[in-house]
Design a binder for this molecule. Sequence first.
Ligand SMILES: [Fe+2]
Length: 435
Amino acid sequence: MSCCHHYALAEGGDAVFSVDLSAITFGPGSLAEAGDHARNLGLRRVALFTDPRLAELEHVDIVRRALAEAGIDAVLYREVTVEPTDAAFRNAARFAAEGHFDGYVSVGGGSVIDTAKAANLYATYPAELAAYVNAPLGEGGAVPGPLKPHIACPTTCGTGAECTGIAIFDWVEKGVKTGIVSRRLRPTLALIDPTTTWTLPASVVAASGFDVLSHALESYTALPHTCRAKAERPSLRPMSQGANPWSDFGCEKALQLTGTYLERAVRDGNDREARDAMMWAATLAGIAFGNAGVHLPHGMAYAVAGGVREFRAPGYPQEEPMVPHGMSVIVNAPAVFRFTADACPDRHLDAARWLGADTRGAAPGDAGEIVARRLIELMRLCDIPNGVGGVGYHEGDLATLTAGTWAQQRLVKNAPKAVNEAHLSELFRNAMRYW
Ligand SMILES: [Fe+2]
């Protein structure tokens, strides 16, 4: 099904869309407001989630002091791991259940925020891990009711985890990355302080910046909500409901900001204007994709990150091989958008123009190539590896990469056109190398 006439209602489609939001507080110095916000939410005793590296940094200290000054008892949990596993989620849930907290504060990247969401869920409604995990890998059970308040304070300008109802983890025995998806998981308040990005290494800003870019580009080009099969009941309408007019706003602005500021934010750590702008872009893209959903570049990224062999990225922990999330996403993107452009060429041209490409005189048939070339240009400017091959894969991996992506049906089905396994294999082949 191709849906170029955006928001024309397809047969069996959903004419209605929903918008779910975290409350947002944004601006330099806002971390110091954590105590007052927590008190205002009625909190007396909170679990403060972070990771061992961040626990030593100033940001966590600012939040701890703010909570203490507001008379709130905060117990630190610093055991969060990068790319959390099922065991990491279980450990965090046990800590949360034993602590009898009335709320949660998380300070960190997507891993920290997602771990706090899971801890809140399993401490509030105890169950086996599989109970709420996406079907068919998990049981896909509905979260029974509201969770405890959660104030999420992101320290990278990427994941958008502070604005979404998604918690991603690595299910080790099943060998896949999957997640829990529920609007109940969405943090109560996103407390976003762009000063946290001022000290990030260039490579981290690059990877997380491309995550932002792809959230916006995927949400904008996702299957329109009017073409998604209508849910049985309105309350079952998925958060990944497809492109919609609300998300379009955030995508447009996020792509414009990324096109203008990403390279500057990567190149010069002292360019605070650029880093602040990327944090705002991350917030806008997070809100957008939290209500629209991403598609193929993220679906393929699960396989790219999951099958890593020896790749290690500069600026990241070197103990274990790892492809940083944003990098595992963007290496797929040029091949994907060359493929999806014919489903909605106008949207691909809009996005290319917002990212800074010259689209004057472009025909609809040029859309895929124009957006792909601009993406490749930005990737090269920001020292991103050359495609899926650049992070250690080769043609012999096509079957494994395809299978790993095919398992992510929630994302595959949110693409603007029908996708089969042969398409995915071809996409990976085309994504191996770009220059
Ligand atoms: Fe992402």
